[in-house]
Design a protein around this ligand. Structure first.
Ligand code: ARG
Length: 469
């Protein structure tokens, strides 16, 4: 509920004229920053507790502030709180309501504090909470991926470069490539969280405050690992927001690429997988259609994540120290990147277990396109031919195969003898899809034995990251 009737401004003392009605609406942020009400209240309770600890507030004042703030939190949660655009933002709305409820003590809450350090604190508390939520969804996705990889270690599909059949690979190996990207996304989020978890409170407007505040005491109450070292930097810096939006854009880029593969794989042309009906939609005109809307939407949403990053970089460029109202524009892009990333990880994690792998189709596609040609070249090298010469020989064999509509594994030894005298009966073991995969038997390779070990490492990694947050 938002009320637009004009109320007395907390900063109204030096003004003789009322704010222009349109300017009031134009400068207000309450419609979107009210999302941080919990963090605002949490921060205010810690601030009041600290002020009492250093003797600026009495204990009864502190207690009445805390009780008032807790009641306000309940009012907001129950939808009874009346938000006022005239009170500009979440901070002044809550403070005004506190004074309305508890009287004089409410007016003392803002002692030794400014909205400048207050909003920077709220943003950091908010983002810290959201990063933890996002990590939960990301880890669900990692685990869904490893489950699928484990089920499909021995399933072979064509590995591609340039979207052309290149070499046969294990489907489990393919899934673990996505797992590696998610590992880096996770590491970036956790690293970003360290720089988010720094407390600006106490910087006040920009220069600090004349009260004997104890910033480390407040930081301890709020769970901040560090206290911002410089008051000017503390109120003006938003690079933690920019950094998160980069991490979100990068993660969304990963999900977008992955989505593109899923979209290709469910197409009639590939027909490698099927996705659960509950994650697809139909067409209002073509009754046969089952469209991969979820991955398409995620591919599309990666655009807004990139946009939010550019918005924030541009917002910050050219701002002199310290706080400027420009910074109020940091919220909507940040909230949007948070919502987008969290929802995308969540829906992907839910969707993964509905994927049905069409092993036969994948295998048939891998068998086409001379995917074991490199294996034949390697075979000749092991028999003493130089790799460049072997490449040439196999190129000729492939040309022959194209002209005669035959895969390498279907050629007879007599046919092979036109290209090289070194090809014997044992060649057929390297020309099979299984033989080709199994031969890439080293750390990071696609041999099923290696993929099984990689799955074990992934599981160990996941059990360790669960302990971290
Ligand atoms: N709503 C403002 C913001 O989001 C709060 C800080 C306002 N500070 C000020 N000096 N006007 O940045």
């Amino acid at each position: 509920m938002t009320d637009s009737k004009t109320v007395t401004k907390p900063w109204g003392g030096r003004f003789t004229q009322a704010t222009d009605a349109f300017v009031e609406a134009f400068t207000a942020s309450v419609e979107f920053d009210k999302r941080m009400y919990q963090q605002d209240i949490f921060g205010s309770i810690a601030h009041a507790t600290m002020l009492c600890h250093v003797g600026v507030l009495t204990q009864p004042e502190r207690d009445s502030i805390i009780q008032g703030l807790q009641e306000i939190e309940l009012e907001i949660e129950q939808g009874q709180f009346v938000w006022s655009v005239s009170l500009e933002d979440v901070h002044m709305n809550i403070e005004a309501r506190l004074t309305q409820k508890i009287g004089a003590a409410g007016k003392k809450l803002h002692t030794g504090r400014s909205r400048n350090d207050q909003v920077a604190t709220d943003m950091r508390l908010y983002l810290r909470d959201e990063i933890d939520e996002i990590l939960i969804q990301l880890r669900r996705l990692q685990s869904a991926l490893v489950t699928l990889a484990e089920q499909e270690v021995d399933t072979i599909l064509p590995g591609c470069t340039h979207l052309q059949v290149a070499q046969p690979i294990s489907f489990g190996h393919h899934m673990l490539a996505w797992f590696e990207m998610l590992k880096r996304d996770e590491a970036r989020l956790m690293d970003c969280r360290k720089r988010v978890n720094v407390m600006p409170l106490g910087a006040a407007a920009l220069a600090g405050t004349t009260y004997p505040i104890d910033r480390h005491f407040t930081a301890n109450l709020l769970g901040f690992e560090q206290v911002a070292e410089n008051s000017l930097d503390a109120v003006s810096d938003r690079d933690f927001v920019i950094e998160f939006c980069f991490v979100a854009a990068q993660s969304m880029t990963h999900l977008s690429r992955w989505s593109e593969e899923l979209i290709l794989w469910v197409s009639q042309q590939f027909d490698f997988i099927e996705m659960g009906d509950s994650f697809c939609t139909g067409s209002s005109i073509m009754p046969q259609k089952k469209n991969p809307d979820v991955p398409e939407l995620i591919r599309g949403k990666s655009g807004r994540a990139n946009g939010n990053l550019i918005t924030l970089l541009t917002l910050m460029k050219g701002q002199p120290l310290a706080y400027n109202k420009d910074n109020q524009e940091d919220k909507e892009p940040l909230f949007d990147s948070v919502d987008t990333l969290k929802a995308s990880f969540r829906v992907f994690a839910d969707m993964m277990p509905t994927i049905i792998v069409k092993k036969e189709n994948m295998r048939a596609a891998a068998a086409k396109g001379f995917s074991t040609a490199t294996d034949l070249a390697d075979y000749l090298v092991k028999k003493g031919t130089a790799f460049r010469d072997a490449h040439e020989v196999v190129g000729k064999a492939v040309r022959y195969g194209i002209d005669n509509n035959k895969d390498l594994s279907e050629m007879t030894l007599v046919e092979f003898s036109q290209f090289s005298s070194d090809i014997d009966e044992d060649v057929y073991t390297v020309l099979t899809l299984e033989g080709s995969c199994a031969a890439r038997d080293h750390f990071g390779g696609t041999a099923p034995s290696q993929v099984r070990q990689a799955i074990q490492r992934a599981k160990t990694y996941m059990s360790m990251s669960e302990e971290k947050v």
